[in-house]
Design a protein around this ligand. Structure first.
Ligand code: NDP
Ligand code: 8X3
Length: 253
């Protein structure tokens, strides 16, 4: 299989593991993130290991102009993206609504909602022309089960739910699949980012249970992307065995 797979947020965590999984399969990859050094390193490692083609697209998904400029510049085979995985995203802070940092809210909404919208719109121009494509959004259990001090992060992932569902309806006429993968806790840089470098608080998130690892989610994404043309998984909730939903986690004392 040699598909063109465009992955945002590929410098870390779920996006990076997803790049590794598709690379192993021999697909060609466009990898995005803001940290260009990490993209270059990943490109080199995967090209050497799997003899595949990789295009680095370092840009900030929050910047509408940058997104459209970059995606419109994909030339030759890179113009025809078969699969888009929208993994770029973050949580910032875990604070009560009346105390949370409003700049953090803006950043989460700009990244998790606007960024996903801009990248999807930019990529869809060619997908709709070709009547073919698959958009895989990374939502979260946080978009289903609201938790205390999760306010705007939960809201941003509830928006990913609504966007995925409405995208799917509007894109039916273009034969485009839309899948929303909603993981529970995954051990990535997510918590370190959320708690702004506080490693102790970040690692406590995963205390007492075995969380998902990024490759667990990548396997699920790959599965959804590898089904026959007439089959679309609309959404998948994926949690560690010790986690029931967005709230209940069984932790060993
Ligand atoms: P990581 O922090 O490990 O990775 C986040 C990725 O997003 C990085 O590659 C980062 O790259 C990229 N990113 C962040 N902001 C931007 C931006 N403005 N422009 C481009 N890229 C950006 O976290 P995860 O892999 O865990 O998170 C991936 C997705 O999964 C997120 O949407 C998250 O909400 C979701 N998720 C995570 C869960 C978890 O428990 N970890 C559970 C459920 C969902 P760079 O900094 O280089 O730009
Ligand atoms: C990330 C999972 O539970 O930290 O979306 O919100 S959680």
């Amino acid at each position: 299989m040699n598909r063109i797979v465009f992955i945002t947020g590929a410098t870390s965590g779920i996006g990076k593991a997803t790049a590794e999984k598709f690379a192993e399969n021999g697909d060609s990859l466009i990898i995005n993130g803001r940290r260009k050094d990490r993209l270059d390193e990943l490109k080199q490692a995967l090209e050497n290991r799997y003899k595949i083609d990789i295009l680095c697209a370092a840009f900030d998904v929050r910047n509408r102009e940058e997104v459209f400029e970059n995606v419109n510049a994909f030339a030759g085979k890179w113009a025809n993206v078969d699969i888009l995985v929208n993994s770029a995203g973050l949580a910032l802070g875990r604070d009560y609504f009346d105390e949370a940092n409003i700049d953090d809210w803006d950043t989460m909404l700009a990244t998790n909602v606007n960024g996903l919208l801009y990248v999807s719109r930019a990529v869809l121009r060619k997908m709709t022309e070709r009547n073919s494509g698959h958009i895989i959004n990374i939502g979260s259990v946080a978009g289903e089960d609201m938790y205390e001090r999760g306010n705007v992060y939960c809201a941003s992932k509830a928006a990913v739910d609504a966007i995925s569902n409405t995208m799917r309806i509007d894109l039916l006429q273009h034969n485009i699949k839309v899948t929303n993968v909603k993981p529970g806790a995954v051990k990535t840089e997510f918590s370190l980012v959320r708690f702004k470098g506080d490693a102790e608080t970040a690692s406590a998130v995963y205390n007492g249970f075995k969380p998902l690892l990024p490759n667990d989610v990548a396997d699920v994404i790959f599965y959804a992307a590898s089904l026959p043309g007439n089959v679309c998984i609309n959404e998948m909730v994926v949690t560690a065995t010790s986690q029931a939903d967005g709230i209940y986690i069984h932790r060993k004392k």
